[in-house]
Ligand binder design. Structure first.
Ligand code: ADP
Ligand code: MG
Length: 401
């Protein structure tokens, strides 16, 4: 998830085709608006990586992004792309070197898929044959059969297919930089997941510099090599790898934003020792008789006992029905195959619970029995995380377009 471009290159074909972007003291005041929409943002966007701008609706993500390709002119500050001062270039020429994909794909409805995808190459006056070849190559790249799709009009495509065409169009002129503004925001969750997977696959081939805007922190964690968590006026609240942000949110606002969408991921960051373990199981020693254990189970209306060895280490689960007809506990029931320690993550615990088909045994120091953890504890932890985060930070809403 957080490999550097260099590490990725070592493992896959294709060199970094992206270039780095540097924003310095970038600000935008819209005329008539009180205060700045983007206020003094400085950041380095590395070449060949996916950098995510994530933040609530209205925080200035789109404004910041559109200044990079000068769909919006900055009020002040500088933008350097691949070592060139972007503000000194002709904006139209600049935009032909920057792919741009937006929500709803932004396709021209009166143009065919091929005309949409071939738009920038046409503007660049590529020969017709080269454009046609490139269109087919791009459609293929985004998983659309060229023969089937090139002559269709956008309205005859599903939302997901339109987004694929949008991405194909953004990539057509092989720009080193790709800006994506909530490109998958308008499709259903399953299609969105597929498109995200596709983008990640594409990126392992292409190594573009991708700046991707989203208000969905889960999407940011999934796609990002680096994430910039933005607050009001695009203030950078934290700019780091997804792992680092999940493990160590810079402040309460970031923690709230992380938690609002990523409670499940937080299971990997919480330890079994952080939660209250389930009511103690009924435990038994091998030297106790099956009859004694059955009495205890019946008295407390329980079905299972946990057999410990003479040093308190869990050995077997025994069901009350398995106690009749055996003379010793040493062989009764079934051995424990999966357990966790107090140091384990809640994610490990969840897996053990699922593997064991019920509660998972927790061991502490020296492998001694420490308690059990069950699915309710994990679920309660998740919903607790959600609640605390939702009261701390408003859930990011869909932005009006
Ligand atoms: P985001 O993409 O994070 O939702 P935007 O960059 O679209 O945020 O908007 C940031 C702020 O700038 C908002 O307060 C928005 O209302 C304002 N804004 C955006 N575009 C314009 C515009 N063309 N004119 C005036 N204000 C704008
Ligand atoms: Mg926006």
């Amino acid at each position: 998830m957080t490999r550097t471009a260099e590490e990725r290159d070592a493992g896959t074909a294709g060199a970094v085709s992206g270039v780095e972007i540097q924003l310095e003291h970038l600000s935008k005041h819209y005329p008539g608006q009180e205060g700045a929409a983007v206020d003094d943002v400085s950041m380095h966007i590395p070449a060949g990586e996916i950098t995510i701008f994530v933040g609530p609706s209205g925080c200035g993500k789109t404004t910041t992004m559109k200044m990079i390709n000068r769909l919006i002119e900055p009020s002040s500050g500088t933008i350097t792309i691949g070592g060139q001062d972007a503000l000194s270039l002709d904006p139209d020429k600049l935009r032909r070197t920057i792919g741009y994909a937006i929500q709803q794909a932004g396709l021209f409805p009166h143009m065919t898929v091929a005309q949409n995808v071939g738009m920038v190459p046409s503007l660049l006056r590529w020969p017709k044959k080269r454009i046609a070849d490139r269109v087919d190559e791009m459609l293929d790249l985004v998983g659309l059969d060229p023969g089937q799709f090139r002559d269709r009009f956008p309205r005859r495509l599903s939302g997901g297919q339109q987004q694929r065409v949008g991405v194909a169009r953004a990539l057509a002129a092989d720009p080193p930089v790709l800006l994506m503004d909530e490109p998958f925001g308008a499709v259903d969750p399953i299609t969105r997941g597929n498109l995200q997977d596709e983008l990640m696959r594409l990126q392992t081939e292409l190594h573009k510099t991708i700046v991707f805007v989203t208000h969905d922190f889960d999407e940011a964690v999934k796609l990002g090599d680096r994430i910039a968590v933005l607050g009001p006026r695009s203030t950078i609240l934290q700019y780091d790898t997804p792992d680092a942000i999940l493990a160590n949110p810079a402040n309460d606002t970031v923690a709230g934003f992380v938690g609002a969408g990523a409670s499940l991921k937080q299971l990997t960051l919480m330890r079994v020792r952080d939660v209250t373990l389930t009511e103690e199981a009924i435990t038994a020693r091998p030297d106790e008789t099956p009859a004694q254990i059955r009495e205890q189970l019946e008295a407390r209306d329980r079905k299972y006992a946990l057999v410990l060895d003479d040093r308190d280490r869990p050995q077997r689960w025994v069901h009350i029905g398995q106690l009749s007809g055996v003379t010793s506990l040493a062989e009764a029931g079934r051995p424990i195959t999966d357990w966790v320690t107090t140091q384990s993550t809640l994610q490990d615990a969840l897996e053990a619970i699922l593997a064991e088909g019920g509660a998972a045994v927790v061991t502490g120091e020296r492998g001694r029995y420490a308690g059990t953890i069950d699915i309710h504890t994990v679920m309660d932890t998740i919903s607790h995380l959600r609640e605390t985060h939702e009261t701390k930070a408003p859930a990011p809403a869909d932005e009006p377009s």
